[in-house]
Design a binder for this molecule. Structure first.
Ligand code: NAI
Length: 326
């Protein structure tokens, strides 16, 4: 029976993976810590190691796992920017879960947008204290406004469908434009300058790192909303903080943050905040930060668990690996 070393385990992972693993006949060793130098040895006698987005898989981790006899790295994510693919070549087979529920992330991005625009997060706090004054909570209709979607893959397209439903005009930028009805592809600068709402849905690559830098931010319209549910490092957070201080942007929604590793997914409420930029970002009333939970729906968790275990089954059966990353 194949054994899986499951890193970064949270209680909800057990709920979805444990019963399914039993059906597949796999034994899972649930490990709370992330995969790093100190925890590699916990994968001894396992066929596969299973990780999520905040395990940083560099050469040391890959060599360490391979030396223990681990043959497969199962990513419980679509993104794979946290894995050193070059170091893994000929040592580990990397399998991921692409497109488990694009709607989960797109719907969440929309939720952040609506909350920011209509100040729902602030209204919630006010009414809890029986402050029913609506001064300062005014938003704008999305109907008839322009949305700019960066990355028109699975999640970007799901987002476009939703935004079209609001009656928005859709601009898009992608390295590989597709013939999408009602979508006008433009260059990034034009998208930044014309959009009332900018939503990021491209992967993090050397090319997209700090795609939203000082220059891009300065091009954005007064009152524009920026939503990032993709990867934190798409946005230069220091530049974002400075731009927010000018009071020009309408709002910023971040489900991801460039220094999120080791902070997101943890209860840090009793520790001093070490990250000054994150603390400053939190202090703006028009910034809404969530902890990388865009994917977190029942449908997505079911699909992640199923595809992850199916990936391992196909590997062991010698079947073509449709979800392999090279
Ligand atoms: P996808 O692979 O279906 O689409 C990505 C799109 O980005 C493609 O159309 C691709 O051509 C485009 N792209 C690649 N490089 C680009 C560049 N330099 N400039 C502009 N466009 C570029 O991926 P999917 O499933 O839509 O996911 C997108 C991203 O969302 C993932 O890479 C991941 O980082 C993030 N994500 C976040 C989650 C969350 O919980 N917040 C959950 C799942 C994914």
């Amino acid at each position: 029976m194949g054994k899986i070393a499951f890193y970064g385990t949270k209680p909800y992972d057990r709920v979805w993976f444990e019963p399914l693993a039993e059906e597949y006949g796999y034994k899972i060793r649930f490990i709370e810590g992330l995969l790093d130098e100190d925890t590699i040895s916990l994968a001894a006698d396992c066929t596969a190691a299973c990780v999520f987005v905040n395990d940083q898989i560099g050469k040391k981790e890959i060599d360490g796992l391979a030396a223990l006899g681990v043959r497969v790295l199962l990513l419980r994510s679509a993104g794979y920017n946290h894995v050193d693919l070059k170091a893994a070549r000929d040592k580990l087979t990397i399998l991921r879960v692409p497109g488990y529920s694009p709607e989960s992330v797109a719907e969440f991005a929309t939720g952040i947008l609506l909350s920011l625009n209509r100040k729902i997060h602030r209204a919630y706090v006010r009414t809890r204290e029986f402050n029913m004054n609506i001064q300062g909570l005014m938003g704008r209709d999305l109907y008839g406004k322009t949305a700019g979607v960066v990355g028109t893959g699975r999640i970007g397209q799901a987002m476009i469908t939703i935004l079209k439903g609001f009656g928005m005009e859709i601009l898009a930028y992608d390295l590989y434009p597709q013939p999408l009805e009602g979508v006008t592809y433009v260059e990034p600068d034009e998208l930044f300058a014309r959009s009332d709402v900018i939503s990021l849905h491209c992967p993090l690559t050397p090319q997209t790192e700090h795609l939203i830098d000082k220059k891009a931010l300065e091009k954005m319209k007064d009152g524009a909303y920026l939503i990032n549910t993709s990867r934190g490092a798409l946005v230069d957070s220091a530049a974002l903080m400075k731009e927010l201080k000018k009071g020009r942007l309408g709002g910023v929604g971040l489900d991801v943050y460039e220094e999120e590793d080791g902070v997101f997914y943890e209860d840090n409420s009793e520790r001093p905040v070490a990250d000054d930029i994150l603390a400053r970002l939190m202090s703006f009333p028009n910034v809404l930060i969530t902890s990388h939970q865009g994917f977190f729906t029942e449908e997505a968790m079911r699909a992640i668990a199923t595809t992850t275990l199916e990936n391992l089954r196909m590997f062991e059966a010698g079947e073509p690996l449709v979800n392999q990353i090279r």
